[in-house]
Design a binder for this molecule. Structure first.
Ligand SMILES: [Zn+2]
Ligand SMILES: [Zn+2]
Length: 197
């Protein structure tokens, strides 16, 4: 089984995506303002591409294993109802976005910390979403692959619910609590993170 290895910038926290193939992957680039604000708040200069896009891979949470530094995993919400945005606390490397409950088995792994050529493992990018917030030279103007993204998410979620895989989620404890206490950005922090420099 092919795995894709990830490491935070300082190397203390490492995680792998198992079962990593073009068939299981749904790669997407999200240009939404919230993904951009998340990267900016963390001060991550490797996450965003020149158009403000974040490279993601939607996958089954059960396929993600944290190998070292699990105690460094931290949780951020941009607003009180915002999605769960996971990162490392050792060096503020973004990791993944998830729903706020493991009952919705949805994870978008952020691909920037991958330690290998992502394309050779997961295949080409398949979707461009939230392009209205893209900016810069040659910014994409049209959304691409949204139907496929939603379809594959639903299939993956149904499968995980049926085979019990949804209970294996590295970001939640067995009693369905997040492994880290969510920190919600203050309004000022959110405003600062939303401002494009
Ligand atoms: Zn680190
Ligand atoms: Zn986004």
């Amino acid at each position: 089984m092919t795995s894709l290895s990830f490491s935070c910038d300082c190397g203390k926290t490492t995680w792998v995506l198992r079962n990593a193939t073009p068939k299981t992957a749904t790669r997407a680039i999200c240009y939404c303002a919230d993904c951009q604000a998340f990267a900016r708040h963390l001060g991550s200069d490797t996450t965003l591409d020149s158009n403000g896009g974040t490279a993601l891979n939607q996958c089954n949470p059960a396929d993600i294993d944290v190998q070292t530094g699990a105690e460094n995993i931290a949780l951020l919400r941009l607003s009180p109802k915002g999605i769960f945005r996971w990162h490392t606390s050792c060096c503020n490397t973004p990791m993944a976005n998830t729903a706020h409950t493991p009952g919705v088995p949805f994870t978008s792994l952020i691909l920037a910390p991958a330690q290998a050529d992502v394309g050779s493992v997961l295949g080409p990018n398949q979707a461009l979403v939230n392009v209205q917030a893209a900016h810069g030279h040659n910014a994409p103007k049209a959304t691409k692959g949204m139907g496929r993204l939603v379809r594959k998410f639903i299939l993956r979620a149904i499968n995980a619910r049926l085979n019990g895989d949804w209970k294996k989620n590295p970001f939640f404890t067995s009693d369905r609590s997040p492994i880290a206490t969510p920190r919600v950005l203050t309004k000022d922090e959110r405003t600062a993170a939303s401002a494009r420099s």
